[in-house]
Design a protein around this ligand. Structure first.
Ligand SMILES: [Zn+2]
Length: 402
């Protein structure tokens, strides 16, 4: 039997839960927090006082509530003072942002890159340039509480090593170590997979808020997924879970960049779609042009979308049978494919997905668009602070900052 948690453990847990609510919801009244946490008013008052003293939130009386009686104090995250650095390394662009507590984007830089033409060192150099450039606008006394990068590739959880990043043109690369070294004055630099972090973002701030069993599919050249199970991101032992693009669906299919054959991404990735329509080009623009052509009656484009939509349904049926999600989100180029071929996806899902698993299933498009990996990276970077706010605030001397 496990011993009951001590009063101090309960307090630390509650501080984290309260700060997380304010971080996700923005300014929130003490009365709302009392309801959300199921604690009494004096306990909420004590917790908000601790977070205020730690420099993480402020409290103020709302201007005019229009109601009689003493209004409930509003708790606001210290967005300008407490921030993280979030980065996204995608196939065709690299983005950096300074994101304040509460999820407020305070500053942002982005540069388009040529797919497959930049090395991990190039990416680290660009990111450090962005960080240096953004530093000028950081107010005195503001503190960075973490940094995280979303990368389109297989990411080892322990050290952010990229094991395979064929969409960005990388092999096995010590990206996490290089980024940590380059950002030496920033604490806790972590790296995550872009589909995983997109799932986290949509679950926290997008189309999957309130859904605790979610699969976020992200497609471009390759296909990946982030799986939220019971409200938590499924990482696997080393961090490689969710590589649904390499789920084998066609034993007689084409060779895949991973070395196998007939992987799902060889049937539903951008190259597969464009090839099926007999078209050239690459990237989102080429996919959009194909969808547009299908809408205008181009028979080859329509047939390609039906074919790829059918393969999309095959994999979704497998995932539904394995994970029993309540929502499947289609991100990246798969958003366009799903919207244009929803009938094929549904039809295949109805044939191959277990009826019980389909009962409460919703197929949806994400809300955060191409920003999802960046938003997810920010959430990952904030996770240490939200886990134990006072410990992190003390370590960074937040309260002592001017
Ligand atoms: Zn593969």
């Amino acid at each position: 039997m496990r011993a009951a948690p001590s009063q101090e453990e309960v307090r630390r847990h509650n501080l984290g839960v309260l700060l997380r609510h304010v971080h996700v919801l923005g300014p929130t009244s003490r009365a709302e927090l009392t309801t959300l946490l199921g604690l009494n008013r004096s306990t909420i008052g004590a917790l908000t006082a601790d977070l205020t003293a730690a420099g993480l939130v402020t409290e103020a009386t709302p201007r005019d509530t229009g109601r009689a009686g003493r209004p409930s104090l509003v708790v606001r995250p210290e967005s300008e003072r407490v921030y993280v650095l979030a980065f996204s390394v995608a196939a065709d662009h690299i983005t950096a942002a300074r994101v304040g507590l509460g999820g407020v984007v305070l500053d942002r830089r982005e540069e388009a890159v040529e797919r497959g033409s930049y090395t991990p060192d190039d990416a680290v150099r660009l990111i450090t340039d962005f960080v240096t450039d953004m530093r000028a606008a950081v107010p005195a006394g503001a503190r960075c509480v973490g940094a995280a990068a979303a990368v389109n590739g297989l990411v080892r959880r322990d050290d952010g090593r990229i094991r395979l990043g064929h969409n960005v043109g990388w092999g096995d690369e010590p990206f996490g170590a290089a980024l940590t070294a380059a950002l030496e004055e920033h604490p806790n630099v972590v790296v995550g997979n872009d589909a995983n972090l997109s799932a986290l973002a949509e679950h926290t701030r997008g189309a999957a808020v309130g859904s605790d069993h979610v699969i976020y599919l992200r497609g471009d050249v390759g296909v990946g997924a982030g799986v939220i199970a019971a409200g938590r991101l499924l990482t696997g032992f080393d961090g490689y879970a969710g590589e649904v693009g390499h789920m084998m669906v066609n034993p007689d299919g084409r060779p895949c960049a991973c070395g196998s054959r007939g992987c799902w991404e060889t049937e539903i990735g951008e190259p597969a779609l464009l090839r099926a329509a007999g078209r050239g080009g690459r990237g989102r623009e080429a996919v959009l042009a194909l969808v547009d052509a299908a809408g205008r009656g181009d028979g080859a484009a329509q047939a390609a979308l039906r074919q790829v939509g059918d393969w999309l349904g095959v994999g979704v049926a497998n995932l539904v049978n394995v994970f029993n999600p309540e929502a499947v989100l289609f991100g990246g180029s798969l958003r366009e494919v799903y919207l244009a071929a929803a009938a094929q996806v549904r039809s295949r899902l109805n044939r191959n997905g277990l009826a019980s698993g389909r009962e409460h299933l919703r197929l949806r498009t994400p809300q955060l668009g191409d920003d999802a990996p960046l938003v997810g990276a920010a959430e990952l970077a904030f996770s240490g602070l939200l886990e134990d706010p006072i410990e992190v605030a003390m370590a960074l001397e937040l309260a002592a900052a001017p």
